[in-house]
Write a protein that binds this ligand. Structure first.
Ligand SMILES: *Cc1c(COP(=O)(O)O)cnc(C)c1O
Length: 384
């Protein structure tokens, strides 16, 4: 396994760490459907494992691949991205203080308000990407976890991971980064100082809009990590074996999918910046995006495949544009090979901060020119 350290992560992903099934020589691992494992001749647990919820023998290979891609000490799969994100908070104790950004995955923000706070966490939301606000919000000795998401949905606000890690660590807190949108292709948060990295594996890691799963990766196998592991075991937060296998398969093509989709997103952003029907394009790869300078430092190989277009018009106009698309599918979620378009403002509850004229695009791997042409013809409805 030593030589994997010298391989580019794209190679590690494509080979899925190269394990060959010892029993058959099969170059693709079998789907382990068994929930329980036979004791060996000494009545010992094989590999220290006995039951699927305990150590998840069916998940070992995808977890090892993801830990390698993120440069982490260990990884755990969860039944959903939400299970992975909330596990990091469940490892804390009532009374602990946490800081989270005001622009972040909608479901996790709601969980923090409806369950985290209720259950005794003291939660402060700070403006996303604002390091001064973060430094003012952390309480040395009291703050246990600083959460960030970068680029953050749906404005693709960028947070400087290295600087946020320094602020968190100075206060004695851990830094958790939701890296779903960045993927290990563009950002390796642990190398920048993050302690925990979360993924909705439902999105880019699987990449085909057919698996619900989540993952956490840790910088160190320490007491916090062991508590997260216990949480997953005792709360039963694991995916199914088929999902784990599909995820391993999906991760093999992570780099080609994400590089292609991100290159398309950059081309789409450049094409529609200054377009007469578009008021503003929000994409960290554009020089006028507030997070561009930081994104250039901490992202490689592109700026991700998520962007938002604010059209000239109101919510109805934006929805008309979405409905006029023929290639972009009007659906929520992101990270699949097919391009999606969504009007976030009408998905979130009344009074939300998302601009009414904003359309969120998840760019897939279709031909770039077809995607641009599709948006051009859909935007033409605004001129009628
Ligand atoms: C989708 C998503 C989640 C939640 O993941 P699920 O797999 O839907 O539970 C968390 N964070 C981000 C950034 C997401 O896009």
């Amino acid at each position: 396994m030593a030589d994997e350290k010298d391989q580019h992560p794209a190679t590690v992903a494509a080979r899925a760490l190269g394990a060959v099934d010892a029993a058959t020589g099969a170059i693709i691992p079998p789907i382990h459907m068994a929930t329980t494992l036979q004791r060996d001749a000494n009545y010992e647990k094989p590999g220290g494992r006995q039951y699927i919820r305990d150590e998840g023998h069916a998940f070992l290979q995808p977890e090892a691949v993801l830990a390698a891609l993120e440069g982490g000490a260990d990884a755990l799969l969860f039944s959903a991205g939400m299970g992975a994100c909330t596990a990091a908070f469940h490892a804390l104790a009532p009374g602990d203080h946490v800081v989270a950004p005001d622009v972040m995955y909608y479901g996790l923000a709601r969980w923090l308000e409806e369950f985290g706070a209720h259950w005794g966490l003291e939660v402060d939301f700070v403006p996303a990407g604002d390091l001064d606000a973060l430094a003012a919000a952390v309480r040395p000795g009291r703050t246990r976890l600083v959460w960030t998401e970068t680029p953050a949905n749906p404005t693709w606000t960028v947070t400087d991971i290295a600087a946020a890690a320094e602020i968190a660590h100075r206060a004695g807190a851990l830094l958790g980064v939701d890296s779903t949108a960045a993927t290990p292709v563009h950002t390796r948060p642990i190398a920048l100082g993050a302690d925990l990295v979360a993924h909705s594996a439902t999105k880019y890691l699987n990449g085909h809009s057919d698996v619900l799963a989540g993952a956490l990766v840790t910088a160190r196998d320490d007491a916090v990590w062991q508590r997260i592991r216990r949480h997953r075991y005792l709360n039963g937060m694991l995916p199914g074996s088929v999902e784990a296998w599909l995820l391993l398969r999906g991760m093999r093509t992570l780099f080609v999918r994400v590089r292609q989709a991100s290159a398309s997103a950059q081309a789409i952003a450049a094409h529609f910046a200054g377009h007469p029907a578009v008021e503003r394009v929000l994409y960290p790869g554009l020089a006028d995006h507030p997070g561009h300078a930081v994104a250039r430092r901490q992202m490689q190989d592109g700026f991700g495949a998520m962007l938002s277009l604010c059209v000239h018009g109101n919510a109805e106009d934006a929805i008309r544009v979405a409905q006029g698309c023929r290639i972009f599918i009007t659906a929520t979620s992101l990270g699949g090979v097919e391009s999606l378009i969504e009007h976030r403002h009408s998905v979130e509850p009344p009074g939300n901060a998302t601009p009414a004229n904003l359309l969120r695009l998840s760019v897939g791997i279709e031909e770039t020119a077809d995607l641009i042409a599709d948006l051009e013809q859909a935007l033409a409805v605004l001129r009628r």
